[in-house]
Design a protein around this ligand. Structure first.
Ligand SMILES: Nc1nc2c(ncn2[C@@H]2O[C@H](COP(=O)(O)OP(=O)(O)O)[C@@H](O)[C@H]2O)c(=O)[nH]1
Ligand SMILES: [Mg+2]
Length: 314
């Protein structure tokens, strides 16, 4: 394990890939690994990209990565598909879309699906982000497919979130879940080469007009991910958003709030594990259940008693 951590911190790709697999499989050594690399995390900037399947997220990521590489920054991409059982390498389509970076040793690409990730996909994604952060990447891009709760959870890990819209997707605003609209720091109108891009932009701006003003109004950026048109301006907005978060201290706040959630999750998990293990070991459960079934004890009191015997309740 020492060896693996050393390799990761030295920047060996295979070590990063291996460690993410351990995370996904909830390996017995995972917690210790995560504890050990934690001091080396916190420096990467996390960009989330979400939107409907086919919106052009992978194409956009490919072009953004080119921009990031031109600046000399090291980047990792995590492509998350909550509907896919596949994990490990890149999903074929994504790999083709991002092949321009396949030979660049400073670009790390990883797909994550639901297989493995026992603690939940957003949890596994969060841990993969930490591994890549310790791996000394400057920028980590999380691309996620789908339009459900799971990618809202996944996007929680991002510092700047991009929501990708396209023309021709019907009434764009209404087809996108409200929750998704709210997490957007920047709207990207991709496929701006197609008819209707102006309309999507106008509709999105109209929706933003109805919001209460704040110091950051999400800009709506038309791009053509096929050609790279608009990508430089988009990167400019990402940088602007990052600078605002840093300047106002909000980045620290967001990250602290995220860590609070994380510690809470871990604590909850540990409490559950502890209580269950000791209840099972004590062999008391059958007797308690018998009493509950006979109406001698109600489930609430039963649970409270079980807990009270193990944890000092105030
Ligand atoms: N016309 C046009 N097509 C695009 C553009 N960007 C992506 N596409 C196409 O849209 C399809 C889906 O792209 P992909 O990046 O895989 O979308 P994802 O599912 O959101 O990752 C592919 O056939 C792309 O070639 C664009 O700017 N203009
Ligand atoms: Mg994709």
């Amino acid at each position: 394990m020492n060896e693996l951590i050393q390799q990761l911190l030295r920047g060996e790709r295979r070590a990063a890939a291996r460690m993410i697999s351990l995370v996904e499989n909830d390996d017995a050594h995972k917690n210790e690994l995560m504890s050990r690399i934690y001091p080396n995390t916190g420096s990467a900037y996390i960009i989330g990209i979400t939107g409907s399947p086919g919106a052009g997220k992978s194409s956009l990521t490919d072009k953004l990565v080119a921009e990031i590489r031109q600046l000399g920054l090291k980047v990792a991409i995590i492509a998350v598909d909550p509907t896919s059982p596949f994990t490990g390498g890149a999903i074929l389509g994504d790999r083709i879309r991002m092949q321009s970076h396949a030979l660049d040793s400073e670009v790390f690409i990883r797909s994550m699906g639901t297989r493995g990730s026992l603690g939940g996909l957003s949890h596994a994604t969060n841990e993969a982000v930490k591994v890549l952060d310790a791996f000394d990447k400057d920028i980590i891009v999380i691309e996620t497919v789908g339009v459900g709760q799971s990618e809202l959870d996944i996007m929680h890990a991002a510092d700047t979130t991009l929501v990708v819209l396209t023309p021709g997707a019907g009434d764009a605003i209404q087809t996108i879940k409200a929750g998704i609209m709210e997490i957007a720091d920047i709207f990207v109108v991709n496929k701006a080469d197609l008819d209707g891009a102006d309309k999507v932009k106008a509709e999105t701006e109209a929706m933003l007009d109805m919001r209460t003003a704040s110091d950051w109004r999400p800009p709506v950026m038309p791009v053509v991910s096929l050609t790279g048109s608009g990508i430089k301006d988009l990167w400019g907005k990402i940088t602007e958003h990052r600078e605002l978060l840093e300047k106002t201290g909000r980045l620290d706040e967001i990250r602290k709030a995220r860590l609070r959630e994380e510690v809470r999750d871990i604590l909850e998990h540990e409490i559950k594990k502890y209580v269950w293990n000791t209840v099972e070991a004590s062999g008391e459960m059958d007797a308690i259940l018998e009493k509950v079934a006979n109406r001698e004890l109600d489930p609430y009191t039963a649970a409270k008693n079980i807990l009270a015997e193990r944890v000092k309740l105030k």
